[in-house]
Design a protein around this ligand. Sequence first.
Ligand code: PMT
Length: 406
Amino acid sequence: MLEGKQIVLGVTGGIAVYKAVELLRLCVKAGAEVHVVMTEHAREFVTPLTFQTLSGNPVQTDLFNLYQEKEIGHISLAERADLFIVAPATANIIGKVACGIADDLLSTTLMATRAPSLFVPAMNVNMWENSVFQTNLKKLEERGCLVMEPETGALACGYVGKGKFPDPEKIFANVLKVFQARDLEGERIIVTAGPTVEKIDPVRYLSNFSSGKMGYAIAAAALERGAEVVLVSGPTALKRPQGAKFRPVTSAKEMFEVVLEQLPEATVVIKAAAVADFRPVIFHDRKLKKGDEEKWVVELERTPDILAALGKAKDHRILVGFAAETENLVENARRKLANKNLDMVVANDVTQPGAGFGGDTNLVTFLFPDRAPVALPCLSKEVVAHRLLDQIVDIRRSREKGASGC
Ligand code: PMT
């Protein structure tokens, strides 16, 4: 994903320094060459040796160190960066950069770089809310620096509030965004997300635990990569991604109708929604009154199988289904791949920690009719979304290659 990319990771002094180690690991694993610059205070928390071992490069610490200057030099470090990340970024480094102060290696290198910069502030909530700090932060944003807002929660200093260093996976997802090619330009992608709701009466329904996070992450990632996106969503509490054509639905039948209506224009369909397989045969338009009965039977009937219908009408489109399984993951997912005429199935064993419904991560294996499976570790849904889209780009390229005979 990041092969050939040069990243400079600036690390300043805060308790979150240890989490920057994980960010470094993710960048290196994705193929980036990472050079770490640590401030004096950062070195109080984690030693340079940790960053050096994981990056495979000497850690830069001093502005006036003859050996380090000879090896790489702050100007050449600034010039060679494709991306400059400062994580964690203290109020001090943000203040320095905002005001043009260059008095150590990191602030000097930051002043000399023309690369995009991503700042990940982490600090005490009162410092975060301080108006001078907020003015400095705004200056950075106005100059085009990317700033990732900290999270709210229990802070290392004992306070509760905004200032928490985000999960390294989330930062990494933003790193990917910076490098993201617009490799889905020209694609029109239908993404389905969330649960469906099958009403029994005006106050009761059948549904499932889907939050919509997986599907919304796919829609957002596809938009970033230049696709036109139609997001067909069951009821969720999520903010709709900006730029997507949004089609809210409730039941499986409605989802079926909207997806088929949108299909003629689509080049790709990704079905991340958790669609109810059954719905009540009768919808009662008045609330059902309970009597003395001990048991109550609701007769159910099958909902339309949207994916199977898409498989039949697929034509040249790329069709991706999900499989939420609780046993025999690969076997069951392979059956769906074949029976529904899919180009790819995303199999998630929803019994595994970190996988499936509701959470911010997923643990998936991609299966294809004609290529080797790709099993991913537990990753944020944003990263899973990008990995899935990488596969779509790959399928598209192989088809184009096949068509041109090269
Ligand atoms: O929404 P989140 O909380 O982020 O959770 C993500 C997720 C677990 C919902 C997602 O990763 C996932 O697995 N989605 C598919 C869930 C599902 O319904 O799996 P299934 O194995 O029952 O269905 C297989 C495929 O057929 C799915 O692509 C589904 O959209 C589709 N289907 C199912 C029934 C039906 N009537 N029509 C369909 O199109």
